[in-house]
Design a protein around this ligand. Structure first.
Ligand code: K7E
Ligand code: CUA
Length: 657
């Protein structure tokens, strides 16, 4: 049903038009002052428009020639935009009450994850992953320092796509996996303790963008290679982009070791798993294999890739691979012999145009691919995929949703919700109606909701499971512009909470929530699916547990000492300890409190050390005492009325000279 003969346009025009459209929508420079509704005042009494209207007004008045040329990119309106503004639905959670859902937010290039309660949108905690964090001591204690060191020694990462581990297609509350786009890594967070417990630097890959687990049982964690590079990237083929390669990687969720990789034509953007463990669908925006924006946007279609996981496993088992840096790399390019038979390992599905995201709907029947530079979402039928000879025949729908579609989410009642970056909207549409409608039809569209402004991901409750909960949806908007008090030029993002009920109701914008740069995606789990411990169980780790009797100083070498020290309210196990100038000090601390929420900190001034020790936890730091003097060790967590008095002294004796 779909038409492959789309008008071919000069790529430079497309890019220019796209950017001009963006400029016209985004620019406030020399533009009238924003008004309180988030619209733009035109300086005329009583006239205020939101950005979409502003753009249309520009077209109508011929006042913005740049925009007038963009009508071919403009999706137009299929439905009436819903009024924005604090609605009647209450999302507050009374003091002392708990939220119904955990939300796990990626923190983008801040490197951390954030845990936010739904529906209150209260931030519950942060989990450092690729960054260091002086509140918890992550990146300061020996084990966490080692974790960051062993995964490349970088001080930051760029996490985009958090994924919860699954058993039988539902979240099992064990782990969360997230990518590092900057350094080609995947991290695992233990949800018993809400802490990062593994990071793997995937060989042969630079930017891992898409990240997903294989449903229904988390057999693998997959990483999508976004940046094409020489393979191996060791100085060869530097300026020969034709010989660059993009890879798809399968990582074992337990050992976190890379099992195999697949080499593809074009690149890979974002991915999602089908529900039956066979298909992983990956979007792509650079089938041109170019190195400039003009080149990357030249073609009107890019190949979405469907990875047939069992077929790839078979190829690996048969030895059909080349080993690069110890990893079996299977050839999944179009010309590969492995793609010629009746069970190709990768199917290439031409899709308009530089498509951004892929999301598989809850039944596992369809993958939705948001068009980005095309105002459409392409619907791929995963049940047809194995049968069709021409993979393009698995495309069963292509509704026209609006301008700049990036991501789609689901309520479990047959509806999809797609974010429109340029139109600044969330658009709700009917999945089956879209399959039945003509290509490019706006018929399936049910409703549009303005968001503020320029959304990336959009996520509804448990939308990635087979049984989403509907009710709430969050739109992760990249720009906040006039929505909050000015805080200087680096402005927060705006995560907006939208009530969607059980999917039959109208969307209703309920709350704005400023976010420090820069969340990309989030995932929600019902509170009953997460079982976070409140006190450490020493059985769960291998560190030496220090008892009160064991507190003391042991000289372990001519220039090294091991200091063992407990913490409890409101004293350290050692009121003081003495070391020699130049000693390497290994300091092991156990918090012997058995009560939840009594955390102690260990701060050593002028030694760049501060870390938390939670009840029954043991942590260790190693440092050099290189300046003689008295150093007051103090507790950084306000743990009791005598917290200020909770101190110890490190006495560093001058070396004999
Ligand atoms: Cu669209 Cu990295 Cu999922 Cu950002 S990605 S928005
Ligand atoms: Cu211990 Cu403050």
């Amino acid at each position: 049903m779909h038409d492959d003969t789309a008008e071919v346009r000069d790529p430079t025009d497309v890019v220019d038009e796209y950017e001009e459209t963006l400029d016209s929508v985004l620019s406030d420079v020399d533009a009238p002052e924003p008004d309180g509704d988030g619209g733009v005042s035109l300086g005329l009494p009583g006239l205020s428009l939101n950005r979409r209207d502003f753009m249309k007004a520009g077209v109508a008045a011929g006042a913005m020639g740049a925009v007038a040329g963009c009508s071919s990119l403009n999706g137009g309106g299929g439905g009436q935009a819903t009024e924005s503004g604090g609605g009647g639905v209450d999302h507050s959670v009374a003091p002392g009450e708990h939220d119904e859902y955990y939300g796990f937010w990626s923190g983008g290039h801040s490197g951390e994850l954030r845990v936010i309660g739904i529906p209150s949108m209260r931030e519950l905690t942060r989990i450092p992953v690729f960054n260091t964090d002086c509140a918890s001591g992550y990146g300061y204690t020996d084990d966490t320092k080692q974790l960051l060191e062993d995964s490349g020694g970088y001080s930051w990462g760029d996490n985009h796509h958090p994924n919860l581990s699954e058993t039988d297609g539902d979240y099992d509350g064990e782990y969360l996996y997230v990518n590092d786009k900057a350094n080609g890594r995947i991290a695992r967070v233990n949800l018993t303790y809400f802490e990062t417990d593994a990071i793997t630097d995937v060989p042969n890959m630079q930017a891992i963008h898409g990240c997903t687990v294989l449903s229904p049982d988390t057999k693998y964690v997959f990483g999508n290679g976004e940046f094409r590079a020489p393979l191996p990237n060791d100085g060869r083929d530097l300026d020969d982009p034709d010989s660059y390669t993009a890879l798809f990687a399968a990582v074992d969720p337990e050992s976190m070791e890379t099992q195999w990789q697949v080499k593809v034509d074009g690149n890979l953007d974002i991915n999602d798993s089908g529900k039956e463990g066979r298909w992983v669908i990956a979007s792509a925006y650079n089938s041109e294999e170019a190195t400039s924006i003009q080149g990357m946007t030249r073609d009107d279609r890019d190949d979405v890739k469907a990875f047939d996981i069992p077929a790839i496993e078979q190829a690996v088992e048969n030895g059909n691979y080349e080993e690069v840096n110890g990893i079996p790399v299977v050839d999944g390019t179009k010309e590969s012999p492995l793609n010629q038979g009746d069970r190709p390992i990768v199917k290439y599905i031409p899709t308009p145009k530089s498509p951004h995201c892929v999301e598989v709907e809850p039944n596992g029947d369809y993958a939705m691919v948001a068009g980005k530079l095309s105002p459409t979402v392409t619907i791929i039928d995963l049940n047809k995929l194995p049968e069709v000879e021409n993979p393009a025949d698995a495309v069963v729908g292509r509704p026209r949703v609006g301008l700049g579609p990036l991501h789609t989410t689901f309520d479990g009642n047959g509806h999809a919700y797609t974010s429109l970056f340029i139109d600044s909207q969330a658009v709700k549409w009917d999945i089956e109606a879209a399959v039945e409608a003509e290509e490019g039809s706006e018929e399936p569209i049910i409703e549009r909701q303005d968001v503020h402004y320029n959304p990336g991901h959009i996520q509804a409750l448990e939308a990635m499971t087979t049984d989403p909960d509907g009710e709430w949806l969050v739109s992760l908007n990249k720009l906040s512009k006039d929505r909050f008090l000015p805080v200087g030029p680096i402005m927060p993002d705006n995560d907006q909470l939208i009530h969607i009920g059980q999917g039959e109701k109208e969307m209703e914008l309920v709350a704005d929530h400023p976010a420090y740069p820069e969340p990309h995606d989030c995932v929600f789990a019902h509170k009953d699916k997460i079982d976070a411990k409140k006190v450490y169980d020493p059985e769960d780790y291998e560190e030496t547990y220090i008892t009160e009797e064991a507190s003391g100083v042991e000289r372990t070498g001519e220039n090294s000492v091991h200091v063992k020290m407990t913490t409890k309210r409101s004293e350290y196990g050692l009121p003081d300890f003495t070391v020699q100038e130049g000693d390497e000090v290994r300091l092991t601390t156990t918090n012997i409190e058995g009560i939840q929420d009594i955390i102690h900190g260990v701060a050593i001034p002028e030694h760049d050390i501060n870390y938390a020790v939670a009840p029954q936890d043991t942590r260790e730091v190693t440092f050099t005492a290189d300046e003689p003097g008295v150093y007051w060790i103090y507790c950084t967590f306000f743990c009791s009325a005598l917290h200020l008095e909770m101190r110890s002294r490190m006495l560093v004796e001058p070396a004999e000279g």
